[in-house]
Design a protein around this ligand. Structure first.
Ligand code: GLY
Length: 400
């Protein structure tokens, strides 16, 4: 090849590469732009439609919207979604609405009979404080953290999840999600014991909740006096031995977040193992939105296609985006999360403006075997989808 031709070829390749780049960026911006427009529309309309303190949770089979009173475990997600919507779009109207829906949850700070205080207060008040630094949000956050910490039993090494029968001292994998609140409160309120409890809970759960393949049990019931494991079962999964999809998502998110807060390498290794279980699962559908339990196919005679769980996918996407920033080779996690987000943002999962009870995502599952919230929108699917989109935009340095 002569020198002039080589130079010409190199220049052409350079020009093509330069020309290709903006097109790719424009494509990815269009994908996000369409989604963001829909988010803005649905959230504004929902905030004008629903009443603070009776937050939209899901859609009933008859098409009416199931509302969550302040004691409901999901009550923090709608205000949290409004905060994430504001962060994503910069729409000040959403910030005003988010404040209104957040402050209506003040009574949650007095609850002592639930571990869900992280979901309820950190997703609402926590995001409010993160985005505004307004001290008005701190008293509720301080009380709630104190009540969550009070549920930690040092003998067992975990925070108690539920207070109802027939359980003795039950811990559900979902409880990993409430630890972020304790890590944050430890710093904010100078309470190092909160972070200690969070890490101890994660270490005990790592030991007792996981199987050899790094899938997790849903519920582990302990003896409160001795710390002995009494039984390992499920509450929302298909069988005691199955891999309930959202449970795997809660675990992945939980250990990724615990590593980010504690820098304990055992948590990172564990997060990567859970990620590998999920990402390499032979029954993960092509669009990467899992069926509500990974073991549905072989334990049930499913006449119709088993419903997918967009909420599990949204939690997985958000967790993987976080994980992608914690490891040297995070690209595989970033790419997988991007695939999930693109699926969720497609017409199959994304609502049409004004429809879907004003939720953003369709097709989630609450508790299949209780015939509750099957193939419906869910407030936490929207919340983690919005969180994931914010994380995606931040990592990719995309200005919307
Ligand atoms: N924390 C309950 C659920 O994931 O459905």
């Amino acid at each position: 090849m002569n020198k002039t031709f080589s130079l010409f070829l190199a220049a052409s390749v350079f020009a093509l590469t330069c020309a290709a780049k903006p097109t790719k960026d424009v494509d990815s911006l269009q994908w996000l732009k369409k989604t963001t427009d829909l988010i803005s529309y649905q959230l504004n309309k929902a905030a004008n439609t629903y009443t603070p303190g009776k937050n939209p949770r899901s859609v009933n089979p008859d098409g009416t919207v199931r509302l969550a009173p302040y004691k409901d475990w999901t009550t923090g997600f709608f205000p949290g979604s409004l905060w994430y919507g504001y962060q994503l779009t910069g729409d000040k109207k959403l910030a005003d609405q988010a404040k209104r829906f957040t402050l209506a949850l003040d009574s949650v700070r007095y609850l002592k009979d639930t571990h869900d205080l992280g979901f309820m207060l950190y997703c609402s008040y926590g995001n409010a404080y993160r985005l505004t630094a307004d001290q008005i949000y701190l008293p509720a956050l301080a009380d709630g953290a104190q009540h969550l910490f009070a549920r930690f039993n040092p003998k067992v090494g975990v925070i108690r999840s539920w207070d109802f029968e027939p359980w003795k001292f039950p811990v559900i994998i979902d409880n990993m999600m409430n630890l972020e609140y304790l890590y944050w409160a430890a710093k904010e309120f100078n309470k190092p014991a909160y972070a200690g409890a969070a890490s101890t809970h994660a270490t005990t759960t790592l030991k007792n909740h996981f199987r050899k393949d790094y899938s997790s049990y849903h519920v582990v019931d302990y003896d409160a006096k001795t710390g002995k494991v009494l039984r390992k079962v499920t509450h929302q999964g298909l069988t005691d031995e199955s891999a309930w999809a959202r449970g795997q998502a809660w675990g992945l998110y939980g250990y990724t977040m615990c590593y980010a807060n504690s820098k304990d390498k055992a948590f990172l290794t564990h997060a990567e193992r859970i990620a590998s279980f999920i990402m390499n699962h032979p029954r993960m559908p092509k669009d990467k939105i899992p069926v509500w339990d990974f073991d549905v196919h072989n334990a049930m005679d499913v006449a119709q296609p088993a419903p997918r769980d967009a909420s599990a996918a949204a939690v997985i996407a958000s967790a993987l985006l976080n994980l992608s920033t914690q490891v040297k080779d995070g690209k595989k996690y970033m790419d997988y999360a991007e695939e999930i987000l693109k699926s969720l943002s497609s017409d199959t999962y994304l609502a049409k403006p004004g429809e879907n009870g004003l939720f953003i995502l369709k097709h989630s599952v609450g508790a299949f075997l209780y015939n509750s919230e099957i193939d419906t929108p869910l407030d936490y699917a929207d919340y983690y989808y919005l969180e994931a989109l914010n994380r995606y935009a931040e990592i990719k340095k995309i200005k919307l």
